[in-house]
Design a protein around this ligand. Structure first.
Ligand code: GAL
Length: 414
């Protein structure tokens, strides 16, 4: 892995002179294309330009990032990797093992990242002990969002158990309201599934299943209960859900067409971008159960040629973990800063709840990596689980068959 800056003394002199003279530039591959997402990445584009950088945008539409990862692989295989890529969790180390990432330890050490990032996050940003990615935020995945007026009009409270959720959904459905706004895409099915799994399996059960891939837990009665709950929730979505983008499901809650959405707090970025006020227009709560599912967006720097691009990578990494960007980006994006020393005064009540719950779950041992958003498992294992989850949700597969298929899929993915 190539260090961004230093070489031998004379080479250093030569490199630093040409390096120092180079104008920072970066081609940045990401999948932030929804209203709230685009508004958030624009913060980084502006900061980069304000610091003399030239940003070439490479947005690849498709929530969850599957299409972006396909585009990335094609670019790397053609020997033309982007300068920086929105890359998360174990996928960072998987790309490192292919020898195509750059080492940004120089920036991390100069900026003191180790002092301001929790170990749970810093660990994801390292490749064999060197910093190879810059963390942007902490998204929480296990959220339920609601339209405040729809709930009030139907005498429904935010549910604190899955039984309460089902009772509320039945009541809303009887009143002609779509209980659950959902987008029929496999990553969205997996997002709802893992929130349900956390609530029913509990934090330890979730860790055993989706971090340790414990076979007994994957085939347990509790896991059958998770699929039973998913089957019940299949009855609460509207008939037009197949293929719907996540932000369009958020819009259904926003305009009162639907009551609830279960989605990470990037959904809050959509509400905020539309001028909606938390606690007034929309409500936020963690999904029923204990624990906190985290999803950390980050940018990895690829091993590309050209002092301008290496300058660009250095500047990007520095800005991404900088105080100002960590605040302004996350105020827009719906997540909370990865840095622990950014004041949260300007953040809303949902962000405060996320930060408090993250601290409490970290201390209580229930802070868990999201499997659906690529924080817990390598791609092959995560993909195998999601294939079973989405085929169960979109069929009449029994829960008994689902847990058996889950075990087989995981075993075959090893
Ligand atoms: C996640 C990503 C978030 C969010 C979401 C929807 O995987 O980490 O930042 O944008 O997908 O696209």
């Amino acid at each position: 892995m190539k260090r961004i800056v230093l070489g031998t003394v004379s080479a250093a002199a030569m490199i630093s002179a040409s390096f120092a003279a180079a104008e920072p530039s970066a081609e940045v591959l990401h999948y932030w294309t929804s209203g709230g997402e685009a508004k958030s990445v624009a913060v980084l584009q502006k900061e980069f330009a304000d610091n003399g950088g030239t940003w070439t945008d490479m947005p690849v539409a498709g929530g969850g990032g599957d299409a972006a990862m396909t585009a990335l692989r094609a670019r790397v295989l053609s020997g033309n990797a982007p300068t920086a890529v929105q890359l998360k969790g174990p996928a960072i180390q998987e790309w490192y093992e292919e020898g195509v990432l750059a080492d940004i330890s120089n920036v991390a050490e100069a900026e003191g990242w180790a002092d301001v990032l929790p170990d749970s996050i810093a660990g994801h940003m390292k490749c064999e002990g060197n910093w190879c990615a810059a963390p942007v935020n902490v998204h929480r995945v296990d959220w339920i969002w609601a339209n405040a007026d729809v709930l009030e009009a139907n005498g429904v409270e935010m549910p604190t158990s899955w039984d309460e959720f089902n009772a509320a959904a039945e009541k809303l459905q009887a009143a002609g309201v779509i209980p659950l706004a959902h987008g029929g895409q496999s990553w969205q099915d997996a997002t709802v599934f893992e929130a349900v799994a956390l609530g029913i399996l509990g934090p330890d059960g979730f860790r055993k299943a989706f971090v340790d891939l414990d076979e007994a837990t994957l085939t347990s009665d509790e896991m059958k209960a998770v699929f039973d709950q998913m089957r019940t929730m299949r009855g609460y979505v509207d008939e037009n859900f197949p293929g719907r983008d996540w932000n369009l499901a958020t819009a259904m809650v926003m305009n009162g067409e639907a009551a609830f959405q279960i989605m990470g707090d990037w959904a809050k970025g959509e509400f905020l971008a539309a001028g909606k006020v938390p606690g007034e227009d929309f409500l936020c709560a963690s999904t029923p159960g204990e624990g906190f599912l985290y999803n950390v967006d980050s940018f990895a720097m690829f091993d590309v040629d050209g002092d301008d691009k290496r300058q660009g990578q250095e500047l990007l990494a520095k800005l991404i973990v900088g105080q100002n960007f960590q605040k302004v980006f996350n105020l827009n994006k719906g997540s909370i800063p990865a840095r622990t020393d950014v004041a949260l005064e300007e953040f809303d009540s949902c962000a405060h709840l996320s930060s408090e719950d993250m601290t409490a779950s970290s201390e209580g041992g229930s802070l868990l990596p999201s499997y659906a958003h690529g924080m817990a498992l390598r791609g092959a294992q995560a993909g195998a689980i999601t294939d079973v989850v989405t085929s169960h949700f979109n069929s009449d597969m029994s829960s008994e068959d689902a847990v058996q298929q889950l075990l087989t899929a995981v075993q075959n993915s090893m």
